[in-house]
Design a protein around this ligand. Sequence first.
Ligand SMILES: [Zn+2]
Length: 893
Amino acid sequence: MIKTGKFAAALLCSAILTACSQESSNQPVTESSAAAVAISRADAPGLSEAYAKLRKQQIAAVDYELSVTLDKNGKQFSGLVVANTKFNGALKQPLTIDFAGGSVESVSVDGAEVPFKYNGHFITIQPEHLQGGEHAIAVNYQHPYSTDGSGLHRFEDPEDGNVYMYTDFEPYDANRLFPHFDQPNLKAHYTLNVTAPQDWIVVSSVRENKIEKDGAVNHWHFPQSAKFSSYIFSLHAGPFHVWEDDADGIPLRLMARKTLAQYVKPEDWFTFTKQSFAFFQPYFEIDYPFKKYDQVIVPDFNAGAMENVAAVTFNETYVSRGKKTQAQRMRLANVIAHEMAHMWFGDLVTMNWWDDLWLNESFATYMANLSLAENSEFDNAWENFYLGTKQWAYHSDQLPTTHAIQLPVKNTYEAFANFDGITYGKGGSILKQLPYYLGKEEFRKGVSNYLKDLSYQNSTLSDFMGHLGKAAGKNLDQWQQQWLYQAGLNTIQASFQCENNKVTSLTLTQSAPEEYPTLREQRTQIGFYNMKNGSMVLNKAIPVLYKGEKTQVTDAVGLPCPQIVYPNEGDWAFAKVNLDPVSVENMSKHINDIEKPFTRLMLWQSLYDSVYDAKLPLDEYISFALSNAGSERDINVVRLVSSHLGRAYSYLNQVAIDNAKRDELQLAIENFAWTQLQQAAPGSDAQKTWFSTFTAVAHTDAALAHAKQLLQGEMTIEGLPLDPDMRWSLITLQNQYLYGDYEQAITRELAKDNSDRSQLNAIAAEAVRPQAESKTKWLENILQHRDNFKLSQLKYAAYSLFPTEQSEFFEANAERIIAALDEVNRSDAPEFVGTYARLFPLNCSEKGVQQLSEILHSGKQLNPLLEKALKNRRYENQRCLNMAAMLSNGREG
Ligand SMILES: [Zn+2]
């Protein structure tokens, strides 16, 4: 899966949190003792590792025959599953079959009905009905279609009334489609039959071999699939628009809703797909293991994309309704490559349990970027990696909720809470440095051998490390200890002396945060920069293997005395950089003279880090950015600085400073964004970038008037036609400041564009209004009437309710939001928890910190994702207070 970053959500242990933890932690069961210890499964949702281990011992093999009937108008679907199960000896304890939130009509064993218990979470059959080696266990059932994007999701298109369905399962929602043993190490073959309306296409992991017409419906028959885990099984259906192509013999299909089809650029999708296949097959030395490759673009999707075997799903936000920037195109190429990498790493070879989820995701994250760097038009893929993945990782690793990459995962709720910046970002970043450490070819060979040896099986971290170590002839124990089992981000700083304009010594100092004192060993490069003919150029890059606190870099001695030293040249290391004072001084004089855009990118980032760390006053950063960013031409640097300016603007809404000072700084940022927008080359990506920064910082009447004129076509910007999504950002802005005919702007747009996306934007535009009635309306929809809405609608509202300049509305509603905590904590609505957590905005005050502390110290057992979100929010509030203090007191020392 690829995360969108914002919508991480956790499965919830619900009202029975205690039961969950008792089951999993109070009865630890090892492989050897599991058979001897009686484990009764707690009467609760989710699945514990301990119980999954027991079931793995009960079951030797299983295959499923599944029949499902889908319709356009019903609220639920019906199904029959036959689990052909081979047991390991005589069953001593009851067998449970996972099945969340459905209803069971009958259970039979080898054709004869047997008694069963169903508690809404799983079905229990007593062992006496399952004696002997092999049984066909059949379950007749019904299950509601979902509206929260998990299980089998149903979507009705408001534009043409068509209905579409798709499945999304990871980690533990496949049992919302059919009753089965929903754990990754019980891999199975699947035979599928689907009855569906006649105009629908039905998609799963293999292509159908027969479609029978039967009145108003068709019966679709799919032959038996390859063997894989159920979380990557799939069933998508609806009257999709289909494009077809071929990647060197692999049949490709791309699908989207009919009303979205006009915006899809199949040539981009197929080009990126073919390039990724052309890279991965020789890299892994294994042909694509499944028979066809379908990519389905689906609505209301919770994550970015999901690697269902040969039937990958993608979030519709990858389809832009206007011209895409190169960055957006690269994002698409990246997600296509990420999901495809999973076909080998994740789907062909699968983790045994969710504690190795990180390996799955880190690997796909790293591999996608490698594929782009080696075989695509995007030659700045690693800069993009630095901008996105790596910053996400650095940020997450400094939060109070950071954790070791490898950690025990007691149950499926914890698995869900781990789809985060450590699992994807830090894991991907440290895999990136591993080839520097082992050798590129040794790394590749180790990966290839691992995949070959374990095809169609399950594996653990030690299998992976063993194969890498063997290929490189190195023992990786210490590397694993430092990088996988210890949390925390190291900082590196170079200090040097010069005489007669030559370096006489250079020391690299490594430090660690107090809570995570591990110092690590890794390879990096030190970059030495000097001015030559008006440009700051890289004079020399020296590779260094550093460890411990101090590393003397003797290779640097004798080099011309540098003006800037950058201790992570080329971004090899996973470390935060502290610049030495000489480099800081020269950087601020020469930022635009630096020749390499990647270096400018990293220096700008370091500068912003200093603001975030409360070492540099926010206003100093703003004035530096406003005087220097205007001459920047590299689009990645423009993207970075403009986003930092947007954040700086937002902080200004919150920090306690003199109002005149605030107004002056905010106006300067607004003017700057508007000027850059005017001056950017027509049709350039910079123009689109500054447009979105402008809509994020516009707040004065003059700027709002520009926004309105643009929307109404009274003003145009050459090269920047407004697409529907840009129009909505202007309409939202009007509503955010109750400017002009803001209400009619929504009505007019909906009359023109009644698409699903448009309707979601209309919700956001209403929720963002600084008016008590819209706040109350959408808050109550989220907290009290959520069954009347799709989760996607509630997300759009929750994200818009409390922008940073409207803190008084959060204050007015804080009590109500906190009062809902217990209910949210109890409910079994995993995807909803993340949406609720978004109701706590950045609140840069002692009171804001206090409010969250009270919740966190109340003794309540919080859902893991909620607890994580609230802890992080409290930390951000405290950071913001530190920044505010720095702003009023000036620079330290
Ligand atoms: Zn993934």
